[in-house]
Design a binder for this molecule. Structure first.
Ligand code: URA
Length: 431
């Protein structure tokens, strides 16, 4: 088999076989296929696409390029979720304890934030001492004992995806549905869970701006998961505004603790309950989605979810005093932004809100940037809220760095107008 023939085949819009895709990934990881040939292939995929069987073969070949977790020692059905990335997206911190509180086994490997989007690992690092690096054995042990663990993605899973993603980044081939779908799914398949819910974001703060585009990506990922033997759901949720109010690592842990204590913002609670309902029904804990929704909501008000979160923090060696005194996450200086005119919040440039948080030090532009875990942004109004002149629109939590620019970016990101608009928080569910 020759790589040039596979490039020509894909350039002509033909379908590659599983054997051809396996050959290409194996030889590329071994260094036998040069980057210039793989770049040409990626560009051919960008223009010609891949069908669901090719996308699945690619995801599986990338999964098998590295370590694949075997979670079969954990009793019961293992559940996992993945978000395509958002602003203020703290769902994992709330959802994990909720589903563990009703008996699910939540085995989650998370990543770091990049650009305007946050990452769960950075958020958890705001809890002093929290241990994210765990061996496979310890991960299995934590999930078996406590029903949940959130750990850093091990360096040895999906090396093919790491190489290909770096190449896509510099060859203009990141935003291709089959390439994104197989990249995300290769990591999900390597993480070993049986039931997966994908939170596919759409809107001004998401990769995919429209529900239609998000749906296309979601459908391919669901197909890949199903063909690889997983029970899959994709929920398309809005990123037209940040999820909840707080954006920034420690700030998001604070808001998660508030939510786990029954005092959370409605949109965050709704997304967590919805994802949790599909996870727990597919894990056979509840018979119906409605039963699951009722029980999951209860865990936020009766202390069970907060207790699970505390249990996870203790088990992963985090400083429990910070959880019991959440104000310890609110140590930065504050700067307020007020409305200069009356009206309604009509829209947000959500990506720009993420950018404002990054300018303060809450996010990174390159993967080596060092974060300030205490800084970030709070949106005090959401879309559809009425605003009077002089009302508080947003609060910046800062340690001086980037303040002036963040104020400008954030002020421009909040659009006040005269019409009352709404947000379609859950746009669609694909199974
Ligand atoms: N996230 C991934 O893991 N891969 C992509 O290709 C895009 C987003």
């Amino acid at each position: 088999m020759l790589m040039v023939d596979l490039i020509l085949k894909k350039r002509a819009g033909e379908v590659l076989s599983k054997e051809e895709i396996n050959f290409m990934i194996n030889e590329y990881v071994k260094g036998n296929i040069p980057d210039y040939q793989m770049s040409a292939f990626l560009m051919a995929v960008y223009f010609q696409g891949m069908n669901e069987h090719e996308s699945t073969a690619l995801a599986i070949a990338m999964r098998d390029s590295g370590k694949v977790y075997d979670l079969s020692k954990i009793k019961g059905i293992k559940v996992d979720k993945h978000s395509t990335g958002g602003v203020g997206d703290k769902v994992t911190l709330v959802l994990g304890p909720m589903v563990a509180a009703v008996g699910a086994k939540f085995a989650k490997m998370s990543g770091r934030g990049l650009g305007h989007t946050g990452g769960t690992l950075d958020k958890l690092e705001a809890i002093k001492g929290f241990k994210l690096e765990q061996s496979e054995e310890d991960f299995i042990d934590l999930v078996s004992k406590h029903g949940l663990a959130v750990i850093g993605q091990s360096a040895d899973i999906t090396p093919a995806d790491k190489l290909l993603y770096a190449l896509r980044d510099v060859t203009g081939t990141v935003d291709s549905v089959p390439l994104i779908a197989s990249s995300i799914m290769s990591k999900k398949l390597a993480s070993g869970s049986d039931v997966i819910v994908l939170d596919v974001k759409y809107g001004s703060g998401a990769f995919m701006h429209t529900v239609k585009d998000a749906e296309k990506l979601a459908e391919v990922m669901v197909k890949i998961g199903n063909l690889a033997g997983k029970k899959m759901t994709a929920i398309i949720t809005s990123m037209d505004e940040p999820l909840g109010h707080k954006i920034g690592n420690g700030l998001e842990v604070y808001e998660s603790i508030e939510t786990l204590s029954g005092k959370g913002p409605e949109d965050l609670v709704t997304v967590c309950v919805e994802i949790g309902a599909y996870l727990t029904v597919d894990a056979k804990i509840f018979k119906t989605l409605d039963e699951a929704r009722i029980e999951l909501k209860k865990t936020l008000t009766d202390g069970r979810a907060l207790n699970k979160f505390r249990e996870m923090v203790i088990a992963q060696k985090g400083d429990i005093k910070m959880i019991d005194n959440p104000k310890s996450f609110l140590t930065a200086k504050t700067h307020q932004i007020y409305a200069s005119e009356p009206g309604y919040v009509e829209s947000f440039l959500t990506t720009e809100i993420g950018t404002a948080a990054r300018l303060l030090g809450a996010g990174r532009l390159t993967k080596d940037d060092i974060l300030d875990l205490d800084v970030g942004v709070e949106v005090n109004k959401k879309i559809g809220d009425k605003v009077e002149k002089g009302d508080l629109l947003a609060t910046i939590y800062h340690n001086d760095k980037g303040l002036e620019e963040a104020v400008k970016v954030l002020t421009n990101a909040i659009k006040i107008g005269q019409s009352k608009k709404g947000v379609k928080l859950i746009a669609k569910v694909i199974r």
